[in-house]
Design a protein around this ligand. Structure first.
Ligand code: MIG
Length: 805
């Protein structure tokens, strides 16, 4: 690995580019800047384009653009560009289009002004194939996203590399990790707010934030292809970024359920026992994972005939308990003349090759392996077809591991070979090009996920894929977990900023292995982890081979009760989660959000031991050993603490009691939380997505677009869904709850009435409720008013609560 610590070694280099000419193309949609400098080539070229939506694309051509080439096969970017006007202003060029202004200075700077966001680029530099430039930032501006990174929420102060790597074990200094997401979100308090930079390049790339006032951005090869994405809210930036790279399709509803894994459940009997114990202990569960030992000698797409003789029967047995099966699939295919997958791949030349056409081999779990060349659509098509036996056995989801790709070299002797060093490997494209591996490496998991997605969407149900590695756009196909963490308190703490930044990188369904993968969790650590993990978008417990048992009942009765209670909270909240999934699907908003999402001021710009689910639920997990209190930064506005029945006015720093059974949560005034009955599995709702029995309305101002569909088919893509907008407002002594259907037909909406739980109110004795629905008095009606109503009847309804005259 390269020991780069900074990109800024040549601060006074004469090699920075200068600009000599700016011209418009015939259609006026592209400005071409010619550069001069003491560069390796006498003339360099830059393109500037402005999209109709206000994104500014700056492209410094430099060799093969593998990202654009291969992603064009996967999807076509939607950008359309506006006509530009160019004028010479003194010795600079002014380029305008739409509401954007770009100022090009012959000294070698390009300044983009789009709304309150400003992007000042300078120090364009090339050395051999490496390109870089500097983007102006300030001490006040914080840095986020960048995919999957260790450390704090704010990524300033370090050099970050984007190069997909099997990083086991990883610690606070480890970089890079499994995902490569060359997208940075920059943000500060005040009107300037947030802005984003996407470096659309699949080579090894760098974001060097070691200087306070400059962000250096570089790539080892390929173009410096930079998209400036305006804000000012992070939601605006994410909308732009996911418009370019794609959004998360609605997954099957079980993807939000709890999931249990271990490396490995060794045979069918063990899997059945795990399922039965979950049911016996009344622990909600939707999926069990089969890790690599289910296979026959680690041969992908096979089952071990002795330990998993009847996977179909196993899947049926589990399905009867509402539990689905997910199988791991690694890309390495065992080189074995008696193994049909290898033989097909070899004969058809589906595998990666050396430049001289020889098949590339390296060792991984099955021994010596060949690796599918996912850059070719014919290989992807073949790979998709290989999933048929798994589907026929009734497998619900696919878990893609080792897809960085990870391999260990040949032979035991030397050090493990690293994909960097396999410099002679090439990929072939559909258009007859050969691309060196280092330009495809970061895209490998994305291309594999695309093939897997195709495999699983050939039936009528929605695909569910979990991927360890990925590039910008992995959210089009897969959920992501953070790889091999450890059963240590530091790793529980780190999971929060890691998943927050993954969410801010456009990937909504994210989580870390609950309990920690390596090592053994103490009962206390597991209790704290399952509490916190129940509030992560993706909730899966997993543990390595040779570790102690980590199922929820392995730590004694007290911890089991805690696990059950928090898993039940998770299932109750599923209607809320499901609506957030839909929002992610629509505009790229994360489901798990940093508190700066609602309050972009200090300390929220750096707070990373608490998080929001949507905008209404603040979660503050205990992440320290032995702690029974939690320090919480409450964002501005009124928040309700349901454990201590207290209102808190933010912004405020508080310390709350949090004994082992308590994870502090806070509800925003105006929160609308649709809550389901506790079920053991989402399969208890075979015909519709999570449906609330209760909608908790917290007095204040707020609204929620409550979304639903059938929960499993692709018919939502052709309009089979509904959206009911629910809002609450308070004026003097009157509180009004209103709902109205924004979209969807009656037949899709369950007929079961819902109970509006409105409160806490000061006292309900002197309050009257009028409007649609029937008032029900509950036991604790001193603080809550309950009104039963149908969300289906009529298209809308209102409940008004008034103080008696
Ligand atoms: O080199 O399949 O991150 O979740 O259990 C280890 C065995 C390979 C790494 C994954 C982990 C999985 C394990 N895999």
């Amino acid at each position: 690995m390269r020991a780069l610590t900074s990109l800024t070694q040549f601060p006074n280099s004469p090699h920075y580019a200068r600009f000599s000419q700016v011209l418009l193309t015939d259609d006026d949609q592209r400005a071409i800047i010619s550069g001069q400098g003491h560069l390796d080539s006498p003339v360099e070229q830059w393109d500037v384009r402005i999209s109709a939506t206000g994104r500014v694309h700056l492209l410094w051509n430099n060799g093969l653009d593998a990202y654009t080439l291969l992603s064009t096969d996967l999807f076509v970017p939607t950008d359309s560009f506006v006509p530009l006007t160019l004028i010479r202003d003194k010795d600079r060029w002014l380029l305008t289009g739409n509401t954007v202004t770009v100022v090009i200075d012959p000294q070698g700077t390009i300044e983009v002004q789009v709304g309150p966001a400003q992007f000042f680029y300078t120090h364009f530099y090339r050395h051999n194939q490496h390109v870089r430039c500097a983007l102006k930032t300030t001490l006040q501006e914080h840095l986020y996203a960048l995919g999957e990174k260790v450390g704090r929420l704010d990524k300033k102060g370090r050099l970050w590399t984007q190069w997909t790597t099997d990083a086991v074990p990883h610690e606070d200094h480890t970089d890079p990790l499994y995902q490569a997401i060359p997208f940075a979100l920059l943000g500060q308090a005040g009107p300037q707010g947030f802005r984003g930079i996407f470096l659309a390049n699949s080579a090894r790339t760098y974001f060097d934030a070691t200087m306070d006032e400059w962000l250096w951005i570089g790539a080892d090869d390929g173009p410096l292809s930079l998209y400036a994405l305006p804000g000012p809210h992070p939601q605006d930036v994410l909308r732009h970024y996911t418009e370019l790279t794609g959004r998360f399709p609605m997954p099957p509803q079980y993807a939000l359920g709890f999931q249990q894994s271990r490396y490995s459940y060794m045979d069918e009997q063990e899997v059945v026992e795990i399922a039965q114990t979950f049911r016996k202990r009344s622990l909600p569960l939707d999926l069990i994972y089969l890790d690599i030992d289910y296979m026959d000698g680690y041969r992908v797409f096979t089952f071990n005939p002795h330990t998993f003789p009847d996977p179909k029967n196993l899947a049926q047995t589990l399905a009867a308990q509402g539990i689905g099966l997910v199988c791991i699939v690694d890309p390495g295919v065992k080189v074995d003349a008696n193994y049909s997958v290898y033989c097909q791949g070899h004969t058809q030349q589906y595998f990666m090759e050396y430049l001289n056409g020889e098949e590339f081999h390296s060792e991984v779990w099955p021994g010596v392996c060949a690796f599918p060349d996912f850059a070719q659509s014919r290989t992807r098509h073949w790979w998709a077809g290989l999933h048929r036996p798994l589907q026929e056995a009734g497998i619900q989801g696919i878990w893609n591991d080792m897809n960085e790709p990870a391999w260990w070299g040949l032979g035991q002797a030397g050090p493990a070979s690293h994909p960097d060093e396999e410099s002679g490997i090439v990929h072939h494209t559909d258009h007859g090009q050969m691309i060196p591996h280092h330009l495809v490496h970061n895209l490998y998991a994305l291309l594999e996920a695309h093939a897997t997605y195709d495999a699983l969407s050939s039936s009528s149900s929605r695909p569910f894929i979990l991927s360890r590695s990925g590039f910008s756009g992995i959210q089009r196909y897969a959920a992501v977990w953070t790889g091999d963490n450890s059963s240590q308190w530091e790793h529980l703490a780190m999971a929060i900023p890691m998943c927050l930044n993954l969410g801010l990188s456009g990937i909504p369904l994210v989580g870390a292995d609950i309990g920690g993968f390596l090592d053994n969790a103490s009962p206390e650590l597991y209790a704290r982890w399952i509490q916190a993990g129940s509030f992560f978008p993706f909730a899966r417990a997993h543990s390595a081979i040779d570790t102690a048992r980590h199922e929820p009942w392995s730590f004694g009765e007290e911890v089991l009760d805690i696990a059950r209670r928090y898993l039940q909270y998770r299932y109750r909240l599923l209607p809320y989660w499901y609506s957030l999934l839909y929002q992610a699907h629509q505009d790229g908003s994360p489901m798990m959000r940093p508190t700066f999402w609602v309050d972009a001021a200090p300390p929220f710009l750096t707070v990373d031991d608490q998080f929001l689910i949507g905008n209404d639920l603040l979660v503050a997990p205990v992440i320290e050993k032995g702690a029974n209190k939690k320090s919480v930064h409450i964002p501005s506005g009124q928040w309700y603490d349901p454990w201590h029945h207290q209102w808190i006015t933010g912004p405020r720093h508080i310390i709350v009691d949090a004994p082992l059974a308590v994870l502090p949560v806070f509800l925003r005034a105006g929160a609308i939380l649709p809550l389901a009955n506790v079920v053991q599995s989402t399969r208890e709702w075979p015909h519709h997505s999570p449906w609330p029995s209760v909608i908790w309305i917290v007095p204040g101002h707020g609204s929620l677009d409550f979304y639903g569909d059938d929960g499993h088919s692709l018919q939502y893509q052709t309009g089979a869904y509904f959206i009911i907008q629910i809002s609450v407002s308070v004026q003097e002594t009157t509180l009004v709850v209103h709902w109205s259907r924004l979209y969807g037909q009656d037949a899709l909406i369950p007929d079961e009435p819902v109970l509006f739980k409105i409160g806490p109110l000061v006292k309900t004795q002197s309050l009257t409720a009028t409007g649609d629905g029937t008032r029900i008095s509950g036991a604790d009606n001193a603080h809550y008013i309950y009104v039963m109503a149908s969300l289906r009847k009529k298209g809308s309804g209102t409940i008004t609560i008034k103080q008696d005259a």
